[in-house]
Ligand binder design. Structure first.
Ligand SMILES: *Cc1c(COP(=O)(O)O)cnc(C)c1O
Length: 401
């Protein structure tokens, strides 16, 4: 290593995080994470874990006792739900309408399951009719897996309807609620979802790295009746349960990420203080203003209005635009991060997130003004302030900040 290099503390630049996640983390959450670390079996920490569980039950609308954060990001929650509920040879029907449905498909196969894909176009929801046909064609299927809010495409699927179909055909459900939790209605109990995972860094305004999960009584029964051990030691719920669900006799499983859990607790507290319904309404309000602004600049939203995620807006770019260079300008000149397109949509769309604490009038107006500026000359209606005017009109008399 060269002696000339000066190592220094890292000072991150100030950003507005309006991509597919991570989203802005609220200062209260960052402050909570900076508090002194205590032991993960300290009675004070055990009390905190109980509160995290109760707040998660509130946010996920469930009484499931097995509700806790996995000590790893959303993808680990996905893997945990699937590997615990799949035994080699099981048939699993999986909705595939974007990147994350595709990821579920590969985990199912790696876990020894037989994945039956129900494919839908990117930007469309998972089609309940196709799922029903697959359930009928595969009476041996034991599980239906799908993504509630597809962050890669901006489409919302009808989780209540899909779960109802699964139940009617004797299947449990695995539901990806990484982006939906706290952004749009998610009713784990009322919809009868069996294994649900989320992520800390999308609509909960928390730092990345934790994956809240919740398992129904039916799912717990299925796990307890397994004939083969879960392939993963770390994600084997029968072992993790002794720590998170061990009551007075919590046993060491792995060292919980203590400070990350302080942060999640604070983030959940903020969701509780605002109220879930209010959070859902706030995401809708700002989404409508953003959509009005983008449309006024001649930018088309890709997803049909009835299937749009308010927290993740996929907008088509003007033909011939240099996507990378334009997003680099947004970052350099405005500190604004928006997401690029994935897969077939790479270079053709931006994914503009309005998640959690980043979902504000200030961010909507700032984002539209910045896009208006960087698209000047590239889109016919850009550079004229039309977007900001349309967004303001959409807010009308609303005084929401
Ligand atoms: C972000 C995301 C994931 C993955 O979460 P990580 O924390 O990045 O592992 C999974 N599913 C969906 C729908 C997501 O948006």
């Amino acid at each position: 290593m060269s002696d000339a290099h000066q190592f220094r503390s890292f000072e991150p630049p100030l950003r507005m995080l309006m991509g597919p996640g991570p989203s802005d983390v609220h200062p209260r959450v960052l402050q909570a994470m900076a508090r002194p670390t205590i032991g993960h079996l300290d009675p004070a920490f055990v009390d905190l874990m109980d509160e995290v569980k109760r707040l998660l039950q509130y946010a996920m609308r469930t009484d499931n006792p097995l509700t806790f954060p996995i000590s790893a990001p959303g993808s680990a929650g996905m893997e945990a739900c699937l590997v615990n509920l799949i035994e080699p040879g099981d048939t699993v029907i999986v909705g595939r309408n974007g990147v994350f449905g595709g990821r579920m498909h590969s985990i199912i196969e790696r876990a020894g399951g037989r994945a039956i894909a129900v494919d839908d176009a990117w930007g469309s929801p998972v089609d309940p009719d196709k799922v029903e046909a697959a359930l009928k064609q595969h009476p041996e299927a034991s599980l239906l897996a799908f993504v509630h809010a597809e962050t890669s495409t901006g489409a919302l699927s009808d989780a209540a309807r899909l779960a109802e179909l699964a139940r009617a055909h004797g299947c449990l459900t695995v539901v990806d609620a990484v982006t939906s939790l706290a952004g749009v209605p998610l009713e784990v109990d009322a919809w009868g979802l069996d294994a649900v995972y989320s992520g800390s860094q999308k609509c909960m305004s928390c730092a990345p790295g934790l994956s809240p999960v919740s398992f129904s009584a039916r799912a717990v029964e299925r796990i307890q009746a397994r004939k083969t051990p879960v392939q993963s030691w770390f994600l084997d719920l029968s072992l993790v349960m002794g720590y998170w669900d061990g009551g007075a006799k919590r046993a060491y499983h792995h060292t919980a990420p203590v400070n990350a859990i302080y942060g999640l607790h604070e983030a959940l507290l903020m969701v509780h203080e605002e109220g879930l319904e209010q959070a859902w309404a706030r995401h809708q309000l700002h989404h409508r203003a953003l959509a009005a602004g983008l449309s006024a600049m001649g930018m088309r939203l890709r997803v049909a209005p009835e299937h749009r995620l308010p927290q993740l807006n996929v907008v088509e770019l003007p033909a011939g635009l240099d996507d990378g260079a334009t997003r680099a300008r947004l970052l350099r000149d405005y500190g604004l991060e928006v997401g690029g397109g994935l897969g077939d949509l790479a270079g053709k769309v931006w994914r503009i997130g309005l998640m959690g604490t980043a979902c504000t009038r200030r961010n909507v107006l700032g984002c539209i003004a910045a896009i208006d500026d960087v698209l000047r000359g590239a889109a016919p209606d850009a550079g004229k302030g039309l977007g900001v005017a349309a967004a303001l009109a959409a807010y009308g008399m609303s005084e929401q900040p």
